[in-house]
Design a protein around this ligand. Structure first.
Ligand SMILES: Cc1cc2nc3c(=O)[nH]c(=O)nc-3n(C[C@H](O)[C@H](O)[C@H](O)COP(=O)(O)OP(=O)(O)OC[C@H]3O[C@@H](n4cnc5c(N)ncnc54)[C@H](O)[C@@H]3O)c2cc1C
Length: 410
């Protein structure tokens, strides 16, 4: 055993560190963190927006965990370069840190459009605690917010801003909300619920320029019209944070390319989380980063474990809505069953392909999300169940019964 250096300090990093320590008591583990805090629940930042909080409240592990597990964390240390040939990591202070094994978990950076005016006062992203503090400080005395992005993060930020009693306008590039999680029918229901909360939604709207002399006073759309607002928050996805890697042979199309052991083309280098690309895909999701981190750690420490792609799933709880989505939710080449409507705030839709559940959407009541997730992951054949049945609720009841009998009790 030797020294493992982990670059980045999010959930993938601490999961990797925990796995290494499980396998080996003697491996030296060093985490290099650009941020000045121990790893925290980044997903909580959206709900906390507009509130006063201190990072330790959302730490994944308290300082004692690092001490007990002998994990050294170098806070505020940006890695500017990795030298794979010499097996060393170089920090911004020009410190060289040799490694035997390297795990890269540098996450993602917010994707920003290439438009004029991004440097004006009042333009933000939400990725770190610092971002949250800056938005709180600037936004406290301002009322009109624009969010660019109609995905999960955009809606979560909208929910937090409403609790903060702000006016919210949502710019959505496509023609529906939650494009990755919902089909147009379900998105239509969510649109109604979002507007009911006083949020203005602009579809097919792409930011073209930030308006204002020094401070933001609105966003010009590609179509030329101006949407007014004092604060703009971009929530339009991420790109993997891999700019510091010069050796391109470990890179894929977007992130660091890894195999099912989370190993790169360099046998001593692993990657996990939002920085990693598996089978050409960067998932950008918390549960994936956690599992990938664990798997990278095990393999780095010599215990071979394989990563299996899990179907994408999301639970969105914001603006008094509960939305669960799993798998592929496209209406093409599927047999779809739905129940509920916008007036009840209750909706469920199942997407079957050749008898197999490939996707599901639950709005309002998400109690059976685990049944849907298992059904999509397992690839079980439900042909018998859906043949001759037209009532969605009946199909769901049968699926729950089958799930219960398989798992004895819920
Ligand atoms: C507000 C918000 C809400 C979210 N909500 C959800 C949700 O509801 N569901 C969901 O599945 N996902 C959600 N996500 C996404 C989820 O948080 C990420 O997928 C997850 O945090 C990725 O973990 P990671 O460890 O790969 O990277 P990160 O958590 O991004 O951590 C990477 C760390 O590496 C550091 N770093 C980067 N470059 C360097 C460098 N050169 N040197 C040293 N350190 C470096 C970064 O500063 C950062 O601390 C949300 C994200 C945000 C921002």
């Amino acid at each position: 055993m030797g020294r493992t250096v982990i670059v980045g300090n999010g959930v993938a990093a601490v999961s990797a560190a925990a796995s290494i320590r499980e396998v080996s008591q003697s491996e030296e583990i060093i985490i290099c963190s650009a941020e000045p805090y121990l790893a925290y629940y980044r997903t909580k930042l959206s709900n906390l927006l507009g509130t006063i909080f201190s990072p330790p409240e959302i730490f994944i592990y308290q300082p004692s965990w690092y001490e007990e597990n002998r994990i050294e964390v170098m806070l505020g240390q940006i890695v500017k370069k990795v030298n794979l040939k010499n097996k060393e990591v170089i920090t911004e202070n020009d410190d060289n840190l040799p490694y035997d094994t390297l795990i890269i978990t540098t996450g993602g950076s917010p994707r920003l459009p290439r438009i004029d005016g991004l440097n004006k006062h009042g333009v933000f992203n939400l990725r770190t605690c610092e971002d949250s503090f800056k938005i709180k400080e600037y936004g406290e005395s301002r009322q009109d917010f624009i969010i660019a992005g109609g995905g999960v993060l955009g809606l979560e930020i909208a929910g937090a801003l409403k609790k903060w009693k702000k006016n919210v306008k949502l710019l959505v590039q496509s023609n529906q909300l939650l494009t990755r999680q919902l089909d147009p029918e379900a998105a239509g229901i969510i649109d109604g619920m979002v507007r009911e909360q006083g949020i203005e939604v602009y579809y097919n709207s792409e930011a073209a320029e930030i308006s204002g002399s020094h401070k933001v006073n609105g966003v010009y759309l590609k179509e030329g019209n101006l949407v007014s607002g004092e604060v703009v928050i971009f929530a339009a996805g991420i790109h993997p944070e891999v700019g510091f890697i010069e050796e391109s042979h470990i890179l894929g199309k977007a992130g660091i390319a890894v195999d099912e052991n989370m190993r790169t083309k360099d046998p001593n280098v692993f990657a996990a989380g939002d920085a990693a690309e598996f089978q050409g895909i960067v998932q950008g999701r918390w549960p994936v980063a956690k599992i990938q981190g664990e798997i990278a750690g095990y393999n780095a420490a010599g215990r071979e474990v394989f990563y299996l792609q899990i179907p994408p799933y999301n639970l969105v709880q914001t603006l008094d809505m509960q939305i669960y989505s799993v798998g592929v939710v496209s209406n093409e080449n599927v047999e779809a069953f739905s129940s509920g409507n916008s007036s009840s705030g209750f909706f469920r839709k199942l997407f079957f392909s050749q008898g197999r559940l490939v996707g599901a959407i639950l709005i309002g009541d998400v109690a059976y999300s685990y049944v849907m997730k298992e059904a999509v992951s397992s690839g079980n054949d439900y042909s018998n169940l859906i043949n001759n049945r037209t009532y969605t609720e009946e199909i769901i009841s049968k699926m729950v019964e089958e799930y219960q009998s398989r798992n004895r009790s819920i």
